[in-house]
Design a protein around this ligand. Structure first.
Ligand code: ZN
Length: 623
């Protein structure tokens, strides 16, 4: 997944002692494991629900096991049956526990006979946390409704009853019905030429963890971008998206050069409506992506590099629990940088690494100490909260450090071997470290102290000797910015004509938190930042202008906040507004209008920002 910010989506303390393995799942994989999911779904747009039948193939591990325990959230269970080898069904007793706010409802199915398969008929809630249902007006083309899932981290359980833990991998097949003229896509092999006949079948032959289960449906067109890649998007967007992502085959080939063959067959991309709460989601075979990266100059294509990289780091080698998510995101961010370097050059890769490293340096001290660790103590950690800058930026920084100390060619060989060794497995930090010690450190003694590794992984903060890439272009921007702020360089004399997105991001990131209003107004007059179609620049620009009290930008900022539901690009503006009473009142007005178009996760995040601003002293209810 691509976030690019330290999110605090939730903050629930978990009663941990009850769970031996993954604290974010009720599953008991030591007793029984799901090995295959056969899914039958009917997409019901008018009721905003999926009518589902999930048939789970089971591998019973413990002869004494009495029950199959599954994760669910807000599902209405209609029927549970055992299915024997001959296909004969018999009803099973089950109990759905009261909902836990974070984990959902534990579904306990009595199955002392250890059936080979269990079949569950169910219906999802219109408010399912892992689904968004968009009315035609909320799409780009405004003709047909649209729906999509976002399962990571623990939201698959809101649309399929299953063992919702990254430690458990299963293959899946699906039959999905939808209204005619709607295309259905899933995280499986998709047929671009499939007739829009309302009847789709999918097969994912590789075992995947539940958070990679994905579905989307709507008025979706397809355009090929290479021999094994295509872009899926609404008809008015697909051409622009195919142009922006025309290098996809180059990116795949560059990654294969580095880390071995792409294991999944096709690599397709689905561009979602702007309410998609994340940058991208690495759903196997079909990355889901935000349209905010379609800026016309490919400057934000590193999103594709990132999601593609997950085909090796994450989808191939997965963290076994959310506490270890840096094994997915840190490795992926590192690989992303290598792909960007191979296809677009070292300068851009270094700029992106520097931007995120500087941002982490600035903010890591504000986080609780436990959250500053790559492998935090799991107690009290919310699954969504583990997806923070620490996992992405500190994780990739650690890998860049290893690369620097051991040399690129040694480290490349090591990493290729690591991906091959753990392919299609879910592992934890300690397994990764054991492999690292035996295969990199012991074979290449004297390059790096093991104590440094422990500091990177288990200590808060960033090690003092962490290496940073050099960027002459960023150094030049530092000088320009200092000249502008100091008064020796007028805004219209800034050498910004050729700046790419990253360079504007860097310039704006480096302005003081409380920049003088007159300086910002000069900047806007010279460079027309208000109204920019580039949301990365807009997010930074409006944040500064709102903080400086520039009311002239408010309506343009509101337009940005209403149009874009991506958390990383929208929540900073709410945070900037709520700092003053007048801004808070305005933010509430904007939210009242924008809310219906937001994904449930974005609604939740914005509501928290507003609530916190209105009741700063409010304490969390005692548990
Ligand atoms: Zn990611």
């Amino acid at each position: 997944m691509r976030l690019l910010c330290a999110l605090a989506i939730g903050s629930f303390a978990l009663p941990l002692a009850a769970y031996a393995t993954d604290p974010h799942s009720y599953a008991q994989p030591d007793q029984v494991r799901v090995t295959h999911l056969d899914l039958d779904l009917k997409i019901d747009f008018p009721h905003k629900q999926l009518d589902g039948v999930a048939t789970l193939k089971l591998d019973w591990k413990d002869p004494k096991a009495q029950a199959l325990v599954l994760d669910t959230r807000d599902l209405k269970i209609a029927k549970v049956e055992a299915v024997d080898g001959a296909g004969k069904a018999s009803v099973l007793k089950y109990a759905l526990a009261p909902a836990d706010k974070q984990l959902g409802s534990k579904l306990t199915i009595q199955a002392p006979q250890h059936p080979a398969q269990v079949r569950i008929a169910y219906v999802t809630a219109p408010t399912a946390s892992g689904l968004q249902w968009l009315a035609p007006a909320q799409t780009a083309d405004k003709k047909a409704p649209f729906m999509f899932s976002q399962s990571e981290s623990i939201h698959a359980r809101s649309w399929v009853p299953l063992q919702d833990s990254p430690a458990i991998r299963f293959t899946y097949s699906a039959h999905v019905t939808a209204p005619k003229n709607v295309r259905v896509a899933m995280s499986a092999l998709n047929d671009a030429k499939h007739a829009l006949d309302g009847d789709f079948r999918f097969d994912q032959p590789h075992p995947i963890p539940s958070y990679l289960l994905a579905v989307a449906a709507g008025d979706i067109a397809v355009q090929e971008t290479g021999p094994r890649s295509a872009v899926y998007a609404e008809p008015s967007v697909v051409g622009k998206a195919a142009k922006e992502f025309e290098d996809t085959e180059k990116l795949i080939a560059a990654t294969e050069q580095l880390y071995g063959p792409y294991a999944w067959g096709r690599y397709d991309l689905l561009v979602l409506p702007p309410s998609f709460p994340f940058g991208g989601m690495e759903n196997p075979n079909m990355t889901f992506a935000t349209p905010t990266v379609l800026v016309g100059d490919k400057s934000l294509v590193s999103l594709v590099s990132h999601e593609l990289a997950h085909s090796w780091s994450g989808n191939l080698v997965t963290s076994a629990a959310w506490r270890d998510i840096w094994l997915n995101e840190g490795f992926t961010t590192y690989v992303q940088g290598r792909i960007t370097e191979a296809v677009y050059g070292k300068a851009l890769a270094d700029e992106e690494a520097l931007l995120s490293a500087r941002d982490l340096q600035k903010h890591i001290g504000e986080m609780p100490e436990n959250s500053q660790k790559l492998a935090p103590e799991p107690h009290g950690v919310d699954a969504d909260d583990t997806l923070s800058d620490v996992a992405y930026t500190k994780g990739s920084w650690f890998l860049r450090t290893l690369e620097q100390r051991f040399g690129r060619s040694t480290f490349d060989t090591y990493l290729k071997g690591y991906f091959a060794h753990f392919a299609f497995q879910s592992i934890d930090t300690e397994q990764m470290l054991e492999y690292l010690k035996a295969n990199l450190f012991d074979k290449n003694p004297g390059k790096m102290d093991w104590a440094e590794v422990k500091a990177w992984v288990y200590e808060p903060g960033i090690p003092k000797n962490a290496p940073l890439p050099a960027s002459p272009r960023f150094d030049a921007i530092d000088k320009e910015r200092a000249g502008f702020l100091g008064g020796s360089l007028a805004a219209d004399k800034l050498d910004a004509k050729g700046w790419n997105t990253q360079e504007w991001m860097y310039f704006l990131d480096g302005l003081p938190d409380a920049a003088p209003l007159d300086k910002l107004q000069q900047l806007d007059a010279a460079w027309h930042l208000t109204g920019t179609p580039n949301a990365e620049i807009g997010m930074r620009w409006y944040s500064h202008a709102i903080a400086a009290g520039d009311k002239a930008v408010w309506s343009a900022a509101a337009e940005h906040m209403t149009r874009i539901g991506r958390l990383y690009l929208t929540t900073p503006l709410y945070r900037a507004f709520v700092k003053t009473p007048e801004g808070l009142a305005y933010a509430e007005q904007v939210y009242a209008k924008a809310r219906a178009g937001y994904h449930p996760m974005t609604q939740d995040a914005v509501q928290r920002i507003i609530d916190k601003a209105k009741h700063p002293a409010a304490k969390k209810p005692a548990k």
